[in-house]
Write a protein that binds this ligand. Structure first.
Ligand code: ATP
Ligand code: MG
Length: 721
């Protein structure tokens, strides 16, 4: 492959970035302008033209899917294998680094990664053991607190005691949690980053080695790096002027999780020799989509400022659909997708984007009822499902008896008659003697501490785990997984669960064996880990987004956050309501509101050709009926770019005059344009439209206080005034 192939398909600014002499660079540009494309082509250029070995290249992004795609695109451009290249997510690379240098990192070589769910369980247990009131110190907030400290590089030992009781307890919990993790060889996500940073910082030789090795360091979505991630990049590149970052301040959406937009300014100061490249042409979206997104994001203050234009035509207007309720919304979206597919388009080209994971369920139900394949990204990932985590815990424990998180999870799952008291005894001893739970259990068993019944049950458990350990010797990975599922009796256990749920769980367990069979064991594994350990780490780190590839043509469902960096010809943004999007917590907080707006910008700019935005006039949320107002973001989009969708042709049908002013509601013909009405909840308003017949009849009313609403006449209590 020659040089021209790498730069031919680029515009001038992109070409400049890709072929610039080696030095630091910031590509600052709006959505869809080719930042990721530039990054990929830059790597190809370095390998092809500058003859840099893939071994000397590091590239980091935020999702596994993006990392995989990046590697694939480089390989495709150059027709080589890029295996030797360090490319992955921050967490994935930190994990890889720690595996290779567990000694320097002061970790047991068998350390295990725990996900956020395990982390919460551990904290809960710890707090119980410490007799801490979990209403005053809610475990979730403690997890949040600990992770936030770690993201800033702060250890418990760094925190000054202030004498404030509340603060003091939090610190105690943090400290005890650090001890527990150390004792049982566990490491959470935030710890991966922090530990990787500390290890590099504190080992001069190691640092020198990696500085020398990584001659070129690349970062996609740089605007979302947090303090510790940036510090890690700094360590690797300090004084070398070889950091290549691409980003868009308008797409910074992880402030709530510690991302620091300041990193973009810091970069400009700390790499003074950097080349700044701006890309101004958008290649992704139609003119209308682009104009609407630009207008929306212009409502934010303090932006770095970017211009974005397209050579594409205006395309269709953005469609706005106001649904009666959340059911209607889901039905509308799924119907449109059905039509889209019937017209010969591919399902995978359609995406439904929502603010919170809980919103996916209704769309899933409707898609399922229609027999339309779909895939939910993020959300409850395959490896997060309860049954899968239970099966994996058997594998974890059989390989590493010190994994307390796994122990806790399965000691009585499936139920085997081990009561809370027995488990509490084990926990107590473990805490007192600084042992792992497994060690404590064995030692109590030896001491004949338990009742015969509990002893029997525990011995049965020990037998299962030990036999799994033995059988794993020399067995194939999938065989080990199969053994664990069989020996644990999980299948029998879930078969007893009523309804589809149990059935689905059994299917998932079977799918786990398949996943193990198909597991792509990376032969370049430099860490000499067992295949099982690699698989288990993969399960903890995999954010589910790689699974999409296994099933070909599915409608794509994901949160707005996980849609970052992706693009789809047809996009539905749903639930555009105050309190949902922007979220309730953000409406009174200026900074958070701006972040929500950026999230809206991210969502809109995923769309290539068609964009639908929907909201419901009433929504059942957390078991309560709500009547939200349409999202303020809709008002920030110029009316010229919007078209309202009405499903029925008779938008405002003429209605016969009111005959009896005393009648309340129900039969058609009573309402006319301009009729004044009163509603129990919304107060007084004026009828603007009437639509549908009989039980389906509804009116649109503009209420003085509550704004515009569509109301079903058969439900709404309307009084004529
Ligand atoms: P985001 O901010 O959403 O991450 P981005 O800036 O990374 O977007 P890319 O995903 O790299 O943008 O590119 C957007 C789309 O435009 C892709 O489909 C890409 O292939 C296409 N594209 C980028 N540059 C060009 C070009 N010079 N010629 C043709 N297509 C291009
Ligand atoms: Mg990108």
């Amino acid at each position: 492959m020659d040089v021209t192939a790498i730069i031919d398909s680029l515009n001038d600014a992109q070409r400049q970035a890709v072929s610039a002499p080696s030095r630091s660079m910031l590509v600052l540009a709006g959505a869809g302008s080719g930042k990721t494309r530039v990054l990929v082509h830059r790597i190809a250029w370095l390998i092809q033209v500058e003859h840099i070995s893939p071994h000397n290249i590091l590239a980091v992004t935020f999702t596994n899917k993006a990392a995989k795609e990046m590697r694939g695109r480089v390989e495709e451009l150059l027709n080589i294998s890029a295996r030797a290249m360090w490319i992955g997510t921050f967490h994935g690379l930190a994990h890889r680094f720690l595996r290779q240098h567990s000694e320097e990192a002061k970790l047991p070589s068998t350390f295990q990664v725990i996900d956020s769910d395990d982390q919460l369980r551990l904290i809960k247990r710890l707090m119980k053991a410490m007799n801490i009131d979990d209403t005053r110190w809610p475990p979730k907030q403690m997890v949040w607190f600990i992770n936030a400290q770690k993201d800033e590089g702060i250890r418990a030992s760094h925190i000054q005691e202030t004498g404030d009781l509340y603060q003091q307890k939090k610190l105690e919990i943090y400290r005890a949690y650090e001890d527990l993790c150390k004792r049982s060889g566990l490491i959470d996500f935030a710890e991966l980053l922090l530990r990787a940073h500390e290890t590099l910082r504190d080992n001069t030789e190691l640092l020198a080695f990696y500085r020398d090795r990584f001659q070129h360091v690349h970062v996609d979505e740089f605007q979302d790096t947090n303090t510790i991630q940036y510090a890690w990049l700094r360590l690797l590149t300090e004084g070398k002027d070889n950091l290549f970052v691409v980003g868009d301040d308008d797409q910074s959406i992880y402030g709530w999780r510690g991302a620091k937009i300041e990193n973009m300014f810091n970069f400009q100061k700390q790499y003074p020799n950097h080349l700044l490249v701006r890309l101004e042409q958008n290649y992704r979206s139609t003119g209308n989509i682009l104009k609407a997104s630009n207008a929306l994001i212009a409502c934010n203050e303090g932006r770095m400022g970017k211009a974005l234009h397209t050579d594409d035509g205006d395309g269709d207007l953005i469609s706005l659909y106001s649904a009666f309720n959340e059911q209607d919304e889901a039905y509308f979206v799924v119907e449109r997708i059905r039509k889209w597919v019937a017209e010969g388009n591919s399902r995978a080209d359609a995406a439904i984007l929502y603010r919170s994971n809980a919103q996916s369920r209704l769309f899933e139900e409707k898609l399922m009822a229609m027999g339309m394949p779909y895939r939910v990204y993020g959300g409850l990932r395959f490896f997060d499902r309860m049954e899968i985590k239970n099966a994996l815990a058997y594998l974890h424990l059989s390989a590493h008896k010190g994994n307390d998180a796994a122990f806790e999870r399965i000691i009585n799952t499936p139920t085997r008659g081990i009561g809370t008291k027995t488990i509490d005894n084990i926990r107590h001893l473990a805490r007192e003697q600084q042992m792992t739970l497994w060690q404590a259990m064995i030692s109590l068993l030896k001491a004949g501490h338990f009742t015969p019944r509990a002893e029997n049950a525990l011995k049965g458990f020990v037998l299962i785990i030990n036999s799994l350990t033995e059988q794993s010797e020399g067995a194939e990975l999938y065989q080990q997984v199969k053994n664990a599922i069989e020996k644990s009796n999980l299948i029998e256990f879930y078969k007893k669960e009523k309804g589809d749920k149990g059935e689905a769980r059994v299917e998932n367990l079977e799918e786990l064996v398949n996943a193990a069979r198909q597991f792509d064991y990376d032969a370049s594994n430099e860490e000499n880990q067992s295949e099982l350990d690699i698989f288990l780490a993969h399960a903890a780190l995999e954010s589910g987004d790689a699974q999409g590839d296994a099933f070909d043509d599915c409608v794509q469902l994901m949160t707005l956050h996980s849609a970052k960096g992706l693009e789809f010809p047809l996009v539905f943004m749903v639930g555009l309501e105050e309190g949902l999007f922007p979220s309730q917590q953000s409406v009174d907080d200026f900074a958070r509101l701006e972040e929500e707006r950026r999230l809206c910008y991210v969502g809109m700019t995923r769309a290539m050709k068609y964009l639908y935005m929907t909201y419901a006039e009433s929504r059942r949320l957390y078991g309560k009926e709500n009547y939200p107002r349409p999202s303020r973001f809709l008002k920030e989009i110029p009316a010229e770019q919007l078209q309202e969708i009405r499903l029925r042709a008779n938008v405002s049908k003429p209605v016969t005059p009111v005959k009896s002013s005393k009648s309340t509601l129900g039969t058609s013909g009573r309402y006319q344009l301009g009729q004044r009405v009163k509603h129990e909840k919304f107060g007084e308003g004026v009828v603007l439209q009437v639509d549908g017949d009989g039980a389906q009849e509804r009116v649109q009313v503009n209420f003085a206080d509550a704004g515009m609403k569509w109301l079903m006449l058969s439900y709404a209590k309307l009084e004529l005034l």
